[in-house]
Design a protein around this ligand. Sequence first.
Ligand SMILES: [Zn+2]
Length: 528
Amino acid sequence: MFATKPHHTSVSGLTTAEATLFYSKTVERYARFFDRPEQRLRFLNNTVTHQVACKEKLDRALESYNFIKKLGLYERIKSTGFYDRLLDLWLHRSICRELKEMLPSASDERRKLLQRSQASFTTRLLFRSYEMRRLLYGVAATACVVALLGFAYTAVWTARRVNVYLASRGRIERKNTNSASTQNALIADSSVKHLPDYRPEKVWLVEQQGAYERYSNGARILTDFETANHARGFYVLPHNQATLVKTSSNDGAQVRREPIGIVYHTSESDMLPFTSDNNASIETHTRGLLEYVRKHKSYNYLIDRFGQVYRVVRDTDAANHAGNSIWSDAEGVYVGLNESFLGVCFETNSKSDSLDEQLTEAQLVAGRLLTQVLRSRYNLDDANCVTHGLVSVNPSNMLICYHHDWARNFPFAAFGLSDKYKVAPASVSEFGFTYDDEIAEKLGGDVWSGVKLGEEEFRRRAEQSDMTPEEMRPRMRERYHQQMNLTLRLRISHPAEAEASRQTDGSAAAPVTSSSSSLSSRSNARPT
Ligand SMILES: [Zn+2]
């Protein structure tokens, strides 16, 4: 770093006498600052003595640390020139200190002396720098502080900018979600299409033990009451088919075997007060109910008051849960939902004189989890998750709401589903089923809003066929019975399933005629 030009390239390994000579050559150049020979000599002696002492101190220090020797660092320090540079730095520090000590303290006199001296420009500059070192340190320190502050400010500014950006993005996204949900609400209000963008969360089986299954969303399904019934099989009826459906099962129409939706029920069984001192009795009641449901193959699932989920009739098989019933989606119309929909029953009943069913907190949670499991497994559309009260019909008098479990107040939102009370039921809009004062009264004064939409739709349809709704209604009842019979024949045409159906309680095992009300009376007897 400094322009020293010694004879030796390195001071390492020099004796004290050699080192003295080596340093003298450098120090002599600075001695030119002094006019008087005795001053020069004193400066030379003081500086070189100090420097030689420094060198000896450094050598002793390097030798006294064992680890430096062991690692061979001593040699490396010397061979890389680090040793020389360190001593060089010390030498110039010693020179400057000594100069400052010996030169006149008055700045004018000192400046004159420096200008007069024969010292080289580099030497003078170096000394000047040494003199002003505190100022230079100050400048350097200030520069560092300014740089650090600048960095910190830039960081804060950037963070603010990022925050502002993210906040604006958030606002845009929230705006989008808001408009999307408004749109969904409109769709749910107007037609059968609801939450079209909603995709059920993917749920999978994690563990299957002897008596239970555990799913990735936390759902647990108990299987110790599981039983079989006849295999599912149904046709999808096209929309707006005022004329009759095909009456043969081998007409090329595709038979469907996978469930297409869920119908929610209540057990309408006796309820004990839901308190801890009734624990044992509540469980005894549940057991009794489960045995009844298993014997009659009433539902695919039962959720007890403690939120335990039991599978009763296997998913692949139809349960006797919905009886005379109709629902539709964008694809088509379904008649007799035992075959096409899974039946999920909550152990609860409605309060006397009202249709207000109560669910426990545990049932709400379990119902939501089970809904996710079934929707994920069978890719069930939100449009096909509905309640018994909304799908049940009585073909003998063409009235809706024969069974009225969850005919109102079903917590659709809590299960991640859209409100089906706002949807026109196909029973009303396509088949012309209607309601009377008794039903309206039962429902708290009036039917749900979807029924009104359905009535308008049916009136429009009758008009298009140049009929009054009253003229069209008997035709539609005929269509309904034919469709039900078609479904029954489908079962009987499969020998194994016919065998299975003979082993059940026999409900709806035989085809019925349009004039017969036996189908409705039998399958509506129980359960709800
Ligand atoms: Zn029911």
